[in-house]
Design a protein around this ligand. Sequence first.
Ligand code: GRF
Length: 208
Amino acid sequence: MKRIVILISGRGSNMQAIVRRCAQDAWPAQVVAVIANRHDAAGLAFARDRGIATAVVDHRAHASREAFDDALGAAIDAQRPDLIVLAGFMRILGAAFVRRFDGRMLNIHPSLLPAFPGLHTHRRALAAGCKVSGATVHFVTADLDHGPIVMQSVVPVLPGDDEDTLAERVLATEHRIYPQAVEWFVRGLLRIEGSIVRQTEGAPQLLR
Ligand code: GRF
């Protein structure tokens, strides 16, 4: 059984999608803990209700980024995870932290990376007049919102869209591609070749 730790900062809808799919599709894996950097992260309640261990490592309780990274790293290590899943985790992690979990930490970002890393992706996609947008699941590297791409989804940008309508359309696809990417990882179906990730069975790494 692969042990998965999920990190959240807020509502945790991607975390919920992964927990549900893990149980429904009998992955050879278990979500062993959900860790948040805020006590008020709404997703914690879902995890508790499911009997999943939860922990909070509050970034405001640590004097420096390094101190926070160390505390978070210790909380993660205590779970002996095979995979760390960042699901709406809104803290930037230091290079040393990222290196420790190299090749076993995934993130989802609500844009078609490498376009629009960072915040306010939907606002920026709309302002740029993009005709498509989407989401990206990628392995985490020290470079924020970069790293080998596991899977992407693409959705149209429709006339009249605002940030909320576009975010909602993209989020619905996040809930499909993130569980898929995590399932491939836990089933050992991903191979990283330099900056390219291959699904070893040739399954489509694009959802449209
Ligand atoms: C998602 O759009 C994710 O891509 C981004 O933050 C949002 C988190 O949503 N990083 P949730 O907490 O998973 O509901």
